[in-house]
Design a protein around this ligand. Sequence first.
Ligand SMILES: Cc1cc2nc3c(=O)[nH]c(=O)nc-3n(C[C@H](O)[C@H](O)[C@H](O)COP(=O)(O)OP(=O)(O)OC[C@H]3O[C@@H](n4cnc5c(N)ncnc54)[C@H](O)[C@@H]3O)c2cc1C
Length: 408
Amino acid sequence: MKSSIVIVGAGPYGLSIAAHLTQWGLPFRIFGKKLDTWQSHMPAGMLLKSDGFASSLFDAENKGSLGDYCDHNDIDYHDTDTPVGLDLFNKYAKEFQRKFVPQLEERTVDSLDYADGGFLLTLDNGEMLRASAVIMAVGITHFDAIPEVLRNLAPSLRSHSYAHHDLGGFAGRDVTVVGGGSSAVDLATLLSEAQARVRLIHRGNHLRFFSEPKRGPRSLWQRLRHPSSGLGPGLRSWLCETFPSLFRFLPGNARLAIAKRHLGPKTAWIMKTRFAAGVEALLSQRVEWAVETDGRVELGLRHADGTQSVARTDHVIAATGYAVDLGRLGFMAPGLRSAIRTHANMPVLTGKFETSVRGLYFVGPAAVDSFGPLMRFMVGAKYAAPVVAKHVAAGFARSEKFHEALQS
Ligand SMILES: Cc1cc2nc3c(=O)[nH]c(=O)nc-3n(C[C@H](O)[C@H](O)[C@H](O)COP(=O)(O)OP(=O)(O)OC[C@H]3O[C@@H](n4cnc5c(N)ncnc54)[C@H](O)[C@@H]3O)c2cc1C
């Protein structure tokens, strides 16, 4: 058991931090199923919400962008005008991992606890290791949110959108998607295109789509009014991308409100006609109860005008998003979890992404309360990766000097 730096998670954040540490020559280990969220938990055929230029992983020398990959492989690419397909993104990201993080170990961390001023981890093969720093890059893996009203249905009758990648098994079945965000609209559309009969239930009275981006150069006024950013054009998005380090100084309620509302439930413009062609949208309706009847599901719906109706379906999918809650990280020892200062169940982080437990870091969606909506998107790794890698590297250098001094 040797002490080292450990990264938990092999999504865009974990891999970007690993690429930085490799290029700086620091010893570390990284665990996780590579790009698991993207390969197994997003619907096949999906188009990314992020523009091409904001759909990259990051290495310290900026040599591994999606644009470079497309260039080398003669693949049609545009920073903003060509939507990026999930399949292309996965091929690119796997190539990034092979090139920059070949040492990835596709293991799950089964437990994480304190030990002797550092951390003790157990892997799914039984190996135990000590670490002086642990970077948690677990993404959305543990945080799927299923509404209370659907929870008592059998898992064969209800699932979360996180459970689905290949939608072929739903062909010919009646499926109900609950939710009104882009996950819900994308999934419902792709299910209908996979020959399922699909309805979508949303409590709001309309679905929100981005407007089609104007192609070609933008005028100076447009660029000032709606500056370009990795979160899409707009002053607020630009502020989120440019000043993530200031977000944690806002009052707690304001942080929560911004994280919830900014870039909330909008869907890519390109899905609008495809959605309308195949999905029945039940708007201004909420699910009040759900029961199993003869192997199917009955959903009691309450309409905004107070009337009620019942929908019958073979399967309900909650496309109701993700809610970060450290309490759901079952592999972290309760003592360690409770030592982490939190706000609204999310870790409170320093400007270097460190928790109140020294040496323990969180990046990605779990860092939203401290660094804002940028952290919900992979482009946030461009900011997070060098900050975390530098801080961890400095800590590592200090401990090496300390050990050398002890030995001399
Ligand atoms: C339907 C959908 C569409 C999206 N589209 C976009 C988009 O177009 N653009 C964009 O920027 N963002 C998009 N997002 C958000 C996206 O999920 C995040 O940007 C991104 O995945 C965050 O990267 P990450 O590295 O933090 O986490 P993830 O990609 O979720 O990776 C987490 C990693 O942690 C690993 N892990 C978890 N627990 C353990 C453990 N105990 N031991 C070992 N490994 C573990 C997992 O296996 C996985 O490898 C989308 C999300 C959804 C749900």
